[in-house]
Design a protein around this ligand. Sequence first.
Ligand SMILES: *Cc1c(COP(=O)(O)O)cnc(C)c1O
Length: 370
Amino acid sequence: MSSDSTAHVDVDLSALITNFERLAAASVGATPAAVMKCDGYGLGAIAAARVLAKRKNCQVFFVAHAIEGVQLRAGLADLAPGAEIFVLNGPIGDLQIYHDARLTPVLNSLDQAKQWVEAHPDMPAAVHFDTGFNRLGAPEREIDAILSLKRLRINMVMSHLAHAGTRAHPANGQQKRRFDALQAKFPDARRSLVSTGGALIGPDYGADLLRLGIGLYGVSPFGCPVDEIDPVATLSAPVIQIFDIAPGDAVGYDGLFVADRPTRIATLSIGYGDGFPRAAGDGANVSIGGFTCPVVGRVSMDLTTIDITHAPGAISIGDRAEIFGRTAPIEHVAKACNTIGYELLTRLGRRVERRYWLDGARAPAWVIDK
Ligand SMILES: *Cc1c(COP(=O)(O)O)cnc(C)c1O
């Protein structure tokens, strides 16, 4: 469907495996679980989950919605039929699907816990307690009432850090202390506190189960690249036209960029319709042929213009620019677009082909043919 005339994203599944290993090693004693919500952060949940299940025997996964869990269950049916799939957003009126697809709900309130035991007594469930995030999770005052639900089988108790993106933030320690206190009331349940950021705060944050998301997909949660995390996704687009313009000539919608010297402009076959934010026009750089080139003028739906004046003769039509990847770190591109790598990945356009690589070659059929 895609061709060399369109944007595509190359997904390095070997790097995903390396990231899984490194993040797991940062918290000795904790079991690494993979977060697959939003179709594996935009890169393809099934491919990522299958590779982790087969190569690393990953058997625990998290999604946000039950329907994502159903799709993941089907995608893992042959490789990891017994995988545990937790649904973070919790059951809201869709209880049957949990039973049918063998999903484990993360209960986020006493009310949800009551509805769950009523519908599925003795089926395992997790409980999320809010320890200061104030977004999702049962308040600590509901602990005793939840504990008193006779047929509620709690197999995991979790919380989530609000400042996982800032290693030294004092709120992390405060949330950890609140979590340590409450989890002691659930001696038979596994404990889970951290996402990627928390897993890198220190080994004592790992508890029993790590919920690894963004780091698996090659993006640092801290806003700048870190050694532990290798890039996974490379978004690229080809040059489809080149212009030489004179001082005073304007480029693109609204004539936003006006040349102040003779300037060579390359037009790339990518735009905000592919997930390259319109805000990239305010200072993002892309990488092409070994040169770093600024985006100039407005990013439009299908096209982006870059200034290649300083790379004379080196760039021709058909050459691909790297929008983010190994030579243009996604963290830097995100910052220039006033966003974060999470958003760049999850907003990648549907028409951007995902191309999977494993062991330096295109991924074999078992990864994707599902
Ligand atoms: C998304 C999410 C994660 C994963 O976070 P990353 O920063 O992507 O590693 C973990 N836990 C919860 C509750 C989440 O919503």
